[in-house]
Design a protein around this ligand. Structure first.
Ligand SMILES: Cc1cc2nc3c(=O)[nH]c(=O)nc-3n(C[C@H](O)[C@H](O)[C@H](O)COP(=O)(O)OP(=O)(O)OC[C@H]3O[C@@H](n4cnc5c(N)ncnc54)[C@H](O)[C@@H]3O)c2cc1C
Ligand code: FES
Length: 265
């Protein structure tokens, strides 16, 4: 896969914010050269106080003049982002990293846990534009967790939801949904979510399934540029490591050493 080297550093005006339950979408202006591929991320400065490190956010959408991120609150940086309003400026570095490769396979399944939904509206748009079929399976805690975002996404793409408490869609986890879907080697599988979800998904797949799998890894990041090695993930076939920010965040299932990953949870 190819690493796109066109990251830019720019100040972006926020033109809109939309709240979706526990998450907020921030829509901001981008230069005409900002052309992310699905699964790439932007590194955002979160205030000018004690938070020196930028925070990584997947590009949720982009058009001619704007792009957006979907921010779920996890700590002080994301809380700061969720307080931003139209007219505020965002300090953006990106797009960064390696995104999803679209496969020749006709059908694809996207498996999202919580805010791991972020890359999939864009990816499913690209796949649909190429004439491919796609379904998004989204696991969340409860039906209202992401407000009316599931309804909005379902207008454009086939979407199935699993909730832990059964208040929307199927009761259970997104992997229960995936089992119902029947993942086979003929289907391209794309996944993004907590590491435990990814490990359980990998366990449920045979070798052929793993070779059809691409995962986006949410590792803690510092530089976001491949320099500090703070986001190292174990590489398959030895004792080496890959960087999530530059070699990833998207990897093929077979590129990673899932057993070493399991030990570092
Ligand atoms: C490639 C990538 C894409 C992401 N896309 C999204 C997205 O679209 N929407 C979304 O809500 N979240 C996303 N995340 C997770 C998001 O970056 C973290 O929730 C956020 O950095 C937390 O920062 P904080 O200051 O609020 O929390 P703190 O816990 O205060 O953060 C402290 C430090 O840990 C890092 N950190 C904490 N949690 C994570 C995490 N889960 N992943 C990576 N770094 C973390 C922060 O960058 C910071 O350096 C993504 C993570 C990665 C790696
Ligand atoms: S965050 Fe520095 S190498 Fe990935």
């Amino acid at each position: 896969m190819e690493v796109v080297e066109l990251a830019e550093l720019f100040l972006a005006e926020i033109v809109e914010r939309r709240d979706f339950g526990v998450a907020t979408e921030l829509v901001f202006r981008v230069p005409p050269t900002f052309r992310p591929s699905p699964g790439q991320f932007v590194h955002l400065r979160c205030g000018d106080g004690g938070r020196i490190l930028r925070r990584p956010y997947t590009v949720f959408s982009y058009g001619k003049e704007t792009a957006s991120v979907l921010v779920r609150e996890a700590g002080s940086g994301s809380a700061w982002l969720r307080e931003r309003r139209a007219g505020d400026l965002l300090d953006v570095l990106g797009p960064l990293g390696r995104g999803f490769e679209t496969e020749d396979k006709t059908d694809s399944v996207m498996i999202a846990g919580g805010a791991g939904i972020a890359p999939f509206p864009l990816l499913s748009r690209v796949i649909r534009e190429r004439g491919g079929g796609t379904v998004i399976l989204w696991g969340m805690e409860y039906g209202e967790e992401f407000g009316d975002l599931p309804d909005l996404l379902a207008v454009e793409t086939e979407l199935r939801v699993a909730t832990r408490d059964g208040s929307r869609g199927c009761e259970g986890t997104v992997l229960d949904l995936a089992r119902e879907e029947g993942l086979t080697e003929d289907v391209a599988i794309y996944a993004c979510g907590p590491r435990a979800m990814l490990l359980a998904l990998v366990d449920s797949l045979d070798e052929a399934g793993r070779s059809s799998l691409q995962v986006s890894m949410e590792e803690r990041m510092a530089c976001g540029l491949g320099a500090c090695r703070g986001c190292a993930v174990p590489e398959a076939g030895g004792s080496g490591y890959l960087t999530a920010c530059r070699d990833g965040p998207v990897f093929r299932g077979e590129e990673l050493d899932w057993e070493r990953m399991r030990k570092s949870i």
